[in-house]
Write a protein that binds this ligand. Structure first.
Ligand SMILES: *[C@@H]1O[C@H](CO)[C@@H](O)[C@H](O)[C@H]1NC(C)=O
Ligand SMILES: *[C@@H]1O[C@H](CO)[C@@H](O)[C@H](O)[C@H]1NC(C)=O
Ligand SMILES: *[C@@H]1O[C@H](CO)[C@@H](O)[C@H](O)[C@H]1NC(C)=O
Length: 406
């Protein structure tokens, strides 16, 4: 295989990269990162100032002391960088599960399937009741500024995110904990609510526009949007509450209508070292946003010889990413994200991807996006559960060399 590389059209360049790669792996990794580190200060200011995080929390593990071993722990075998992969999928969508089975076999991914909550499940009705009740606590009159000034994120989010204590139920977890035991195994009862109240999607932290039948779909809170939120939260919680977690753990969360680059592992391993310490979230795919708005993070100047220069992936600070079909979370990022998603005035307030992008835009999450996407939505099978994710919409993307050829 190596000889073939040398006779390819960019054989010489590849040979150079191969040699550099070997040198790097053999010991120049630490100096390489030192060269990169100062440039991290040229990140857009939001990465430093928007986020209320304590640099000191992790000072004992600064970027420059990382080496190849700590960057990719022996458990980071999934997709090149992750210890866990979760596939969120409705149990009865056998068409999609079959296709994802093909992807799994082809890429040899070992993932945990998380059954998505059926949008007609009675649990959804209970969540709607809680949202309505939560909103009745807010003053319904008055200028927007007054409403916003009442909202405060809990002060302990950073502390809980960086700890490794058991992540007990709290906030909106308690809205459903009783139902899930009872309703998970009941068939969809006649009580399953098809007439939910007319509820709008909040914007910003929690500004709730009045309902009006002419509002666009993305402004109306629907059962599938709530189901999507609930299902992702369940998957993230599984990641957090595993036994023997370590702070270096990374999980990737996937929806069930995706395609990915055949060489995704090489791409991920190439860009991962650019991530600053303390990152929360990385979008492997995204929609409806120019995710190259902020400059790409500087990357170590060495890449795998197997990875074509013209098609390389870059990583940028996230701008306003939509779609939830493929993202990675660090363990502390997962804990930070769930603390926000279950805070009662914010929980289930809108489509999940709207929540992600607001948390990112408002500096609550340190998120990055891979550009171009290395995982995309295929959109060949109908969507039941992720209508907030641009399905049926005009957003289309292609991979360089996808498993399904998308
Ligand atoms: C890299 O880090 C690991 C874990 O901290 C350590 O055991 C190993 O000795 C380090 N290697 C180098 C070359 O510093
Ligand atoms: C929701 O709004 C529509 C259109 O205004 C109306 O026909 C329907 O009865 C409302 N549903 C509820 C539960 O209020
Ligand atoms: C995205 O933003 C960058 C930086 O502002 C700009 O150079 C680029 O043209 C934009 N791309 C698109 C598709 O708008």
């Amino acid at each position: 295989m190596v000889t073939n590389l040398f006779v390819s059209r960019v054989g010489i360049a590849r040979y150079i990269y191969l040699v550099l790669g070997v040198i790097l792996v053999l010991g120049s990794w630490i100096p390489a990162l030192r060269v990169v580190s100062p440039q991290l200060s040229s990140l857009p200011s939001f990465v430093h100032s928007r986020v209320h995080w304590k640099e000191g929390d992790h000072s004992e593990v600064s970027c420059s002391t990382k080496n190849f071993t700590t960057l990719f722990s022996p458990s980071s075998t999934q997709l090149g960088i992750a210890s866990e992969v979760y596939l969120i999928s409705l149990p009865w969508r056998q068409d999609r599960r079959k296709q994802m089975g093909h992807l799994q076999a082809s890429k040899e991914i070992s993932w945990t399937v998380v059954d998505a909550l059926d949008p007609s499940d009675i649990t959804i009705g209970h969540i709607f009741e809680q949202i309505v009740s939560q909103r009745s606590l807010q003053p319904s009159k008055g200028p927007l500024d007054d409403l916003e000034s009442i909202f405060r994120w809990p002060a302990d989010i950073n502390a809980i995110a960086s700890s490794t204590e058991y992540f007990g139920a709290s906030g909106s977890d308690l809205w459903t904990s009783a139902d899930t035991q009872n309703s998970r195994h009941t068939t969809l009862s006649s009580l399953s609510v098809s007439h939910h109240p007319n509820v709008t999607c909040a914007t910003q932290d929690n500004s709730v526009p009045p309902f009006n039948p002419s509002l666009p779909d993305w402004m109306i809170l629907t059962a599938p949007k709530i189901s999507c939120w609930y299902s992702h939260v369940s998957a993230i919680r599984q990641f957090i509450n595993r036994v023997n977690t370590t702070p270096e753990d990374v999980a990737v969360f996937l929806e069930d209508d995706i395609d990915m680059e055949r060489d995704i592992e090489i791409r991920m391993r190439h860009i991962w070292p650019s991530l600053p310490h303390g990152w929360d979230m990385v979008f492997l795919g995204h929609c409806w946003s120019n995710e190259s708005f902020y400059s790409a993070l500087p990357s170590p100047q060495v890449m795998s010889p197997l990875y074509d220069l013209p098609t390389r992936s870059h990583i940028h600070p996230s701008y306003s990413p939509r779609c939830t079909h493929a993202y990675a979370l660090s363990l502390s990022g997962a804990r930070r994200l769930l603390q926000h998603l279950r805070y009662p005035p914010f929980a289930y307030s809108r489509a999940l991807d709207q929540a992600f992008s607001w948390l990112i835009e408002s500096g609550r999450l340190r998120a990055f996006s891979i550009v171009p996407s290395v995982v995309i939505q295929r959109k060949v099978l109908s969507s039941d559960i992720f209508p907030g994710s641009g399905v049926g919409s005009a957003w289309r993307e292609h991979l360089v060399n996808g498993v399904f050829g998308t």
